[in-house]
Write a protein that binds this ligand. Sequence first.
Ligand SMILES: NC(=O)c1ccc[n+]([C@@H]2O[C@H](COP(=O)([O-])OP(=O)(O)OC[C@H]3O[C@@H](n4cnc5c(N)ncnc54)[C@H](O)[C@@H]3O)[C@@H](O)[C@H]2O)c1
Ligand SMILES: [Zn+2]
Length: 355
Amino acid sequence: MKKIIVKLDKRSYPIYIGTNIISDKNLLKNINSKNIALVTNKKVQSLHLSKIKNNIFKKNKIILSDGEKYKNQESVSKIYNYLLKNKFSRDSVLVALGGGVIGDITGYAAATYQRGIDFIQIPTTLLSMVDSSVGGKTGINHALGKNMIGSFHQPKAVIIDVNILKTLPKRQFNAGMAEVIKYGIIKDRAFFNWIAQNHIKIKSQDPNSIIKVIKKSCEIKANIVSLDEKEVNIRVLLNLGHTFGHAIENNLGYGKWLHGEAIACGFLIASAVAIQNKTLKISEYEQIKNLLKLFNLPTKLPKNININKLFKTMMLDKKVKNNEILYILPKNIGNAYITSKINKNIILKALKDHA
Ligand SMILES: NC(=O)c1ccc[n+]([C@@H]2O[C@H](COP(=O)([O-])OP(=O)(O)OC[C@H]3O[C@@H](n4cnc5c(N)ncnc54)[C@H](O)[C@@H]3O)[C@@H](O)[C@H]2O)c1
Ligand SMILES: [Zn+2]
């Protein structure tokens, strides 16, 4: 089993990565709390809950409906209702077993129940293992915007069992790989190259390769979060491709493309902008494009998407300050930077070139 520490002084916590670790009989046994409850959804419950041998979760569980559309206040209220009816006190612990949706809802419920209780993440999608379970962003959607209600609340531990990924649909797996490739582009050229060289092993879920993918991704994210927990400076780099990606998701209608697919196309477009901004080399852009193709990730915008509308949506993004969009661009593979000084026409050209 591998262990990484997210260093945040008193709020530091471990990330454990291994095979079959959720079936360890002693899992969560040492938590000093009578009140521990697990939150999951129907699908993950039927696939994986029985692997956890701790009997307490046969009874103490909250089962939510599956899907991004249930990432809302109603699901959070279901958790509050359960906790209050069962007299859960301030020393209770919630355990999130699921993808990013379950993790974000559970984390937000934990952040707000009785002004904050502990929670533990057991992520079950690749995206949640490499990204959403680490870093303490929690939240839900509002009818007027995605992730608009939320809080920073760090988990007490993250437990990653790579065996759980075996049931994950390929498309979901590849979408998670988009965030992994993103880490290589913003921080680690050698890791990017290693992914390209080992794509066959990664796709076939060779355990050692998958553990390396997750460990390296978590290390990169953990380092960035340790330096800038609240996203005031360097953590912004993790949003490479996201301003474009969110605009794609929004214009297409949420759910048509997976988040990872949208941001993959997004960081390829950001790479094209970087070439125009005289940073990234054309050959590096091609390397990024080829790696996306190896994981069946999109390298073109969705058909019939309206470029001008897409640009307008980008102006509504959280990263717009004084009417200027903050762009995160690769300097080369392994380094990224933030700039607001990009001419609108360069953006429109990069968008058109990917239509
Ligand atoms: N907090 C953060 O820092 C952060 C970062 C990135 C994304 N997010 C959020 O994460 C969410 C997306 O997470 P996601 O991609 O994990 O989606 P998800 O949680 O909706 O999971 C995708 C689908 O896979 C199913 N599933 C989960 N584990 C499975 C398994 N092992 N086998 C088979 N099916 C399984 C789920 O039930 C669901 O139907 C979004 O709401 C996004 O906003 C949060
Ligand atoms: Zn993302």
